[in-house]
Design a protein around this ligand. Sequence first.
Ligand code: EPU
Length: 416
Amino acid sequence: MDKLQIEGGSRLAGEVRVSGAKNAALPILCASLLTPEPLALTNVPKLNDVRTMRALLSQMGVAQHDGDGFITLDAARIDWPLAPYELVKTMRASILALGPLLARCGEARVSLPGGCAIGLRPVDQHVKGLQAMGAEIDMAHGYINARAARLRGTTYVFDVVTVTGTENLMMAATLADGVTTLENAAREPEIIDLAQCLVRMGARISGAGSDRIVIEGVARLHAAEHAIMPDRIETGTFLAAAAATHGDVVVTNADASSLTAVIDKLREAGAHIDTNATSITVRGNGALRAASVRTAPFPAFPTDMQAQFMALATLAEGASVITETIFENRMMHVQELRRLGADIEVEGNAAVVRGVARLTGANVMATDLRASACLVIAGLVADGETTIDRIYHLDRGYECIEDKLSALGARIRRVS
Ligand code: EPU
């Protein structure tokens, strides 16, 4: 199993390019199931989650072709409308195949995702929404079995704001009979990116990015090309790392408008940030100050940046209160940060982080994707060597992170 070794103390400086967004690429790969014609994608990140999703689509019969900087997915035939447990258990986003398979094939069998390191993460909203569109769904032997000769448009009000739930129903509705209105929909930028791709494929969608999305079903979708949006969480991770190390970094292929809440909080914490259309410059040359954050659905502070922000807060002057409202168990990094000398108290879903003068390197264990990124940032600022175990979590969602950080001057290496 690979580990990362980091010798702390380097100030990050230079330019880093952000990859395509994992959480936009995963639903968009599934959108290929909706049409018998090819979908060509660019800016697809090279990540383990993307490989897993492609393997899943391959098993279903989706032909794939890798070109120079693009991939083409061709679902002319779908042999197996099935997402088996073996793949779903490694990646919950496999649930995104449910809506497209049902809409295109009239049937789908998708394993129920099991437990997850960061919370319970039920999929009841995906199931209820499809039932409201006329699907017959039963659960047996750990699988969701869904059937519908043709889904029909309806109005569905989500009980909770769910990103992949919104994406699943939006994809299913593109081929439904009539108009579907999704109320209390998630507003994340990845939903807009998916909607733009679907519209290029011939779907009729309005309101993506608001909490009310209207989809007018069509008989068929067609071939299209689409470039995946830049990864806003990777962007935010580099901004936090640069600020924490008092660095001077230009993050390119970045969209500041998708990251306003994070940029505001980094500024509050003392970082100097300038934005333009495609890049963000961060300078962290003054002392860090405490800043409190509360995670919530977009446009509020993203849960996927909570852990990385906490790493920064460990060295800020004063006490930051970091409240997690999306997932019940997303504070696993706290124990590991404490091993590096951080002063953090957790009460319920809030962590009180009191800034310390320094962190000291130690062996730590990554528990999930964003917790891993948090530990990388902490390792960069800790005195001495930090070794991070179980970094396969990191490889699910960050493309070549150690190469990108090395190019910025970090002393970081992967060891087997
Ligand atoms: N929820 C339900 N029922 C449902 C669906 C969700 O109760 O049917 C609850 C969840 O348990 C959670 C809340 O609703 O408490 C929000 O979860 P959501 O469904 O929005 O999360 P997700 O769609 O499973 C996506 C991202 C996550 C990100 C969350 C929140 C993808 C592939 N994953 O997950 O990304 O944390 O939205 O923004 O888009 C990551 O990249 O590290 C990651 C975990």
